[in-house]
Design a protein around this ligand. Structure first.
Ligand code: CU
Length: 263
């Protein structure tokens, strides 16, 4: 899209030394419509453990990994149940292709082990980017065992379609575990919004992601003089790390160009 430079940046993914870790820094791209001109997006919602990777052990248990930011070393726990529980093995994705695969699979979050709810294996979910006034079709599968959920796309009014707004028990019955629900609405509000779970603590547990409605006019209002400017980039920042200086983590910001930071 012309003049449209928008990047999704999650600083927690940019722990020092992990410069090969690009999962959360992919540039945003506007979705392609299906043959009927509808913007269809499949969302599988499931639990996952942060700081672990999917191991191929017989039980399909995730294998925890630990990161020590002082020494910048990673270690994995021994997944073999017959060995002592906390046997650790250091590994380094720079030196082994296997290790690199493990690292790409690790859901980093704030560096602790926590059960979170992921969208298509990611947390936060990938941003959904659609054109202004497009017809959106979000097809949700609830793969969380034993818990219901809903998805609320925040910032879109769903004119005349209140039952697509996703507030559990008010606008719809919750999507029960292993069930599906499909949200259809018109993206009739330009700008940067987000989608999130609308039950219990789902938002905080990971059901969240960007929902961006783009238009050719990419200018934004300024606070000081009410003029509109066109930012060269836009960043979303999820501050989760205690890293001392995050400024050096901002990639490729051109000199003297305006950027927009969202907190
Ligand atoms: Cu909301």
């Amino acid at each position: 899209m012309r003049g449209y430079f928008l990047s999704f940046l999650a600083l927690f993914a940019l722990i020092s030394g992990l410069d090969g870790y690009t999962k959360y820094t992919d540039p945003l791209t506007v979705m392609k419509p299906d043959e009927n001109g509808v913007y269809a997006y499949d969302m599988k919602v499931a639990k996952k453990l942060t700081m672990s990777y999917n191991n191929d052990n017989p039980a399909k248990h995730a294998t925890p990994v630990d990161y020590d930011y002082k020494t910048q070393t990673w270690s994995k726990r021994e997944p073999d149940q017959l060995k002592p529980c906390f046997q650790n093995y250091s590994f380094n994705y720079h030196s082994s292709a296997d290790d690199e695969n493990y690292m790409l699979n690790v859901l980093v979050a704030d560096g602790l082990h926590k059960r979170v709810i992921t969208i298509n294996e990611d947390m936060p979910g990938k941003p959904i980017v659609v054109p202004y006034m497009s017809e959106v079709w979000i097809r949700v599968t609830n793969a969380i065992l034993m818990d219901s959920m809903t998805i609320h796309v925040h910032g879109i009014d769903k004119h005349g379609m209140w039952y697509m707004d996703g507030v559990a028990f008010v606008q719809q019955c919750p999507i029960q575990s292993t069930n599906r629900f499909e949200y259809r609405f018109i993206a009739d509000n330009k700008g940067t919004h987000w989608y999130h779970g609308h039950m219990q603590t789902d938002r905080g547990d990971g059901i969240a992601g960007g929902f961006i409605v783009v238009d050719n006019d990419t200018s934004v209002p300024t606070l000081d003089d009410r003029k509109r400017v066109i930012p060269s980039r836009e960043y979303f920042i999820l501050l989760q790390v205690s890293e001392q200086n995050f400024r050096r983590e901002l990639p490729n910001v051109e000199e003297k160009k305006k950027i927009r930071l969202k907190f």
